[in-house]
Design a protein around this ligand. Structure first.
Ligand code: CTP
Length: 486
């Protein structure tokens, strides 16, 4: 950490100071940029607050800069944005009321610097650096933000009930910053989250999901989810995940706590370098365990079919959370559905046919699937974990061999429905589908190679068994061949 934060010696800041001075507006660099200077984190934008008209200041600065960049004015927000070669600068006049990303209020009441700082979310985000001639670069720290950075504490500048009722999304932001920065949340601030949690309902799902995804992208997302759960927010924003928590016992039989297991799997995939969607797959892989839980006196607790039910739930969960519904969602769904398959392969003797089927179904996502499956082994028994992982090595070796031989990753059967229809003079019908399916099965079973002549010969055989005769050559144009069907 770089404490106290220091204003970088950039011509840009001198120019802003000059323009502000000419207008007679006290001006300050403020908020996330100052915090990130202290934390030595990269910032994408600088926020400048002036006691005066922020838009006017932005325009004055624009006129002074060598390339005279165009100022973008957001009249409704009373803000203006100035692009500079290194960083974007946002200007705003000090205001009395709270900072809300999407506050649509056209009129914001002008305020003093003190009032502006007081209505910000956290002490670490309420730091300023002066751009005024008499104390250029001086630190403004009315709420002990530097001390909180030092102590790694997230705390609201005012009574947390006030700060959170100004913008309930800040409850999510508190947990998000704690997770990103590995900070604690001050107990009074945390208690206020638990007390005000219901207010999250008035926040749009899009804004909640932005914060949730930032928690998920943090270096150790389990920490954020534990805070979300402990505060009661998770139960409101993502009840299905909260429902994973808990252990039930019958006699000798207790199942593991699926919430903490899921968090472990999530941290594991993060360590393996997962992107956002593989992280989502980890979060959702056991999501349907609660409704599929049964007790069988002979074997104990079972969760039969949780992978299928979970996969069926994925589109609804994504829709509720306003996550994208395209290929990312389909990938997550596929991983949830297939997450038990590699481990099942380990338990049986690994046949080529089973490996081929898995490759065919997983396609290009096979590597992600294997990452998820390795992450899913969370036993406390280290020997057991090591044994499973060794078995996975065997499966992975086998996957590689079969893939090299059969190229099933982007597999397309060489005999298409077109060929089948042409061959037997059929129109689109159930029979065509059945023939296609039977051919695919034979190929995946390794009875027939995915090569035109061999597959075509097998098709004729299948047809014969069903009493279908091939059309005489030339009757329906030219007979199909590998060349015309490629
Ligand atoms: N802010 C706030 N309440 C909010 C959102 C923002 O008080 N709900 C204030 C904080 O002072 C924050 C500043 O506005 O530092 C800028 O907000 P934003 O750009 O959303 O966050 P950063 O702090 O810059 O952090 P990040 O970019 O990681 O979101």
């Amino acid at each position: 950490m770089n404490l106290p934060p220091q204003l970088p010696d950039l011509p840009l800041f001198r120019t802003i100071a000059e323009a502000a001075h000419e207008l007679g507006y006290p001006a300050y660099v403020i908020g996330g940029y100052v915090r990130d200077l202290a934390l030595q984190r990269e910032s994408k934008d600088v926020d400048v607050v002036c006691v005066g008209d922020g838009i006017q200041l932005a325009q004055a600065v624009g006129r002074k800069l060598p390339n005279r960049p165009r100022v973008t004015v957001f009249k409704n927000f009373g803000t203006a944005m100035l692009p500079t070669p290194d960083i974007e600068v946002e200007f705003v006049g000090a205001r009395k009321e709270s900072y809300r990303a999407e506050s649509r209020k056209p009129e914001v009441e002008a305020g003093t610097l003190e009032e502006d700082l007081a209505r910000r979310d956290f002490t670490i985000n309420a730091l300023g650096l002066s751009l005024n001639p008499n104390d250029f670069g001086a630190l403004i720290d009315r709420y002990n933000g530097v001390q909180d950075l030092q102590d790694k504490i997230i705390r609201t500048p005012l009574d947390p009930d006030v700060t959170f009722s100004d913008d309930p999304l800040r409850m999510m932001r508190a947990i998000r910053f704690a997770t990103q920065l590995n900070f604690d949340i001050d107990p009074d601030t945390f208690d206020a989250i638990a007390r005000n949690k219901e207010r999250i309902q008035i926040v749009s799902q899009e804004r909640i999901t932005v914060e949730l995804n930032k928690i998920i992208m943090a270096p150790k997302p389990s920490y954020g989810f534990k805070l979300l759960f402990a505060s009661g927010l998770l139960q409101l924003i993502f009840p299905k995940m909260a429902a994973l928590q808990g252990v039930e016992r019958r006699g000798q039989h207790a199942h593991k706590d699926n919430f903490y297991h899921t968090l472990q799997v999530l941290d594991n995939v993060v360590e393996a370098g997962a992107d956002l969607w593989l992280r989502w797959a980890a979060i959702l892989h056991d999501i349907a365990k609660p409704p599929t839980k049964r007790f069988d006196p002979k074997v104990g607790w079972t969760f039969h079919g949780h992978e299928d039910k979970g996969a069926r739930w994925v589109p609804g969960i994504f829709a509720d959370l306003k996550l994208p519904l395209g290929e990312e969602m389909r990938m997550v769904q596929k991983l949830v559905k297939l997450h038990l398959r590699p481990i099942a392969l380990v338990k049986e003797t690994v046949t080529d046919s089973a490996v081929r089927r898995l490759l065919f179904e997983a396609g290009d996502d096979i590597d992600r699937l294997m990452t998820l499956c390795r992450a899913d082994i969370t036993s406390k028994d280290h020997q057991r974990v090591a044994r499973y992982l060794r078995n996975f090595d065997v499966v992975e070796q086998k996957l590689k061999e079969v893939e090299e031989k059969d190229h099933l990753r982007n597999f397309k059967p060489v005999i298409t429905g077109e060929v089948i229809m042409q061959t037997f003079g059929l129109s689109p019908s159930k029979a065509v589908g059945e023939l296609k399916e039977a051919l695919l099965e034979a190929i995946l079973d390794g009875k027939v190679r995915n090569e035109f002549d061999e597959a075509y010969a097998f098709l004729l055989e299948l047809g014969q068994r069903k009493g279908l005769a091939p059309q005489p050559a030339g009757a329906a144009g030219t007979a199909p061949s590998a060349a015309t069907q490629a």
